[in-house]
Design a protein around this ligand. Structure first.
Ligand code: 3PG
Length: 205
């Protein structure tokens, strides 16, 4: 499959299950998260997907998701690059706090602004704009050239690092990206035209 990019948010993590802000903390996948990652690999395998290279973050929930997907398509030993440019948005002082407790403390609206606004960072952490400022340069210098060389590329990362990439690929405005939430373990398959525009997008839900 030529010029293919598969984005996959990691499967459910321990802290997703406990409803905690996670960011750069490094919890493992839950059993359900492992099952989601294995199911993602199976779906990709069923459609005959083969990858040429894979990218993931510096955090184990994404790395393990990446490996489960590669195992699923029969490519366990594929070259995989790990880089913290693909890490989740740093949640700063909110990291480790329960999301409902945070709503009680700061109010529903403030917490929503921290979680989904484009450029308001949580205290001590990164906004989506800050996340994009480190994720997109890496995407452009390391990931996109592989896709445009005609390869099939897997990128297993996080809700917000991937939202920053989706925002560019889907040409979404700062307002439109607020509504975008990526499912855990759900692969999104992009095919690119030769001029880097998007030929097709498929969400393997
Ligand atoms: O870091 C986290 O807590 C989650 O992975 C993403 O959280 P969000 O949906 O609150 O941005």
């Amino acid at each position: 499959m030529e010029r293919t990019l598969v984005l996959a948010r990691h499967g459910q993590s321990d802290w997703n299950l406990k409803n905690l802000f996670t960011g750069w903390k490094d919890p493992d996948l839950t059993e359900q998260g492992t099952a989601e990652a294995i199911a993602a690999g199976k779906k990709l395998n069923d459609m005959g997907m083969k990858f040429d290279v894979a990218f993931t973050s510096d955090l184990q929930r994404a790395q393990k998701t990446c490996q489960h997907i590669l195992d699923g398509v029969g490519q366990s030993d594929l070259t995989t690059y790990r880089d913290l440019a693909l890490n989740e948005r740093d949640y700063g002082d909110l990291s480790g706090l329960n999301k409902d407790d945070a709503r009680k403390k700061w109010g529903e609206e403030q917490v929503h602004i921290w979680r989904r606004s484009y450029d308001v960072p949580p205290p001590g952490g990164e906004s989506l704009k800050d996340t994009a400022a480190r994720t997109l340069p890496y995407f452009i210098t390391d990931i996109l050239p592989q896709v445009m060389a005609g390869k099939s590329v897997l990128c297993a990362a996080h809700g917000n690092s991937l939202r920053s990439i989706v925002m560019v690929l889907d040409r979404l405005s700062r307002e439109e990206i607020l509504e975008v939430n990526l499912g855990t373990g759900v692969p999104i398959i992009y095919k690119f035209n030769a001029d880097t525009t998007i030929a097709s997008k498929e969400i393997l839900g």
